[in-house]
Ligand binder design. Sequence first.
Ligand SMILES: [Zn+2]
Ligand SMILES: [Zn+2]
Length: 137
Amino acid sequence: MSKAVFTEILKEKKLKITPQRIAILEELEKNGHSSVDDIFNRIKPKVPSVSLATVYKNILTLQSVNILKSVKTPTHKQKYEINIKPHVHLFCKICENLEDFAIDTKEFQEYCRKQSSYHCIEEVSVLLTGICKKCAK
Ligand SMILES: [Zn+2]
Ligand SMILES: [Zn+2]
């Protein structure tokens, strides 16, 4: 995605277009799952005026309009990613690597709704924990 695409996304959500928000989205696109500290440390050299509090505030704003999603892992701090397509996460308990795994979450969601006592299910957040191939060697 380019800067122009991120600008469009922010416009569509009626958010002000700021260099910080663009920088956050660019970093997340490049590096994937990142914590607030990771993002702050990476954009600091590019946007020197930025503070950790501003990054945090912007991330929460972007999350509130669904541009970003938070990812919870057993050991890491809260991580964030751009909400592009539905997927679940694989988590290696040895190297703590977090990987995307594409599945049809809509189908899974529908299955769970039918089997459960719930009227509707709004969000799927699944973390599969195991050992990656590299660590198995
Ligand atoms: Zn591993
Ligand atoms: Zn992910």
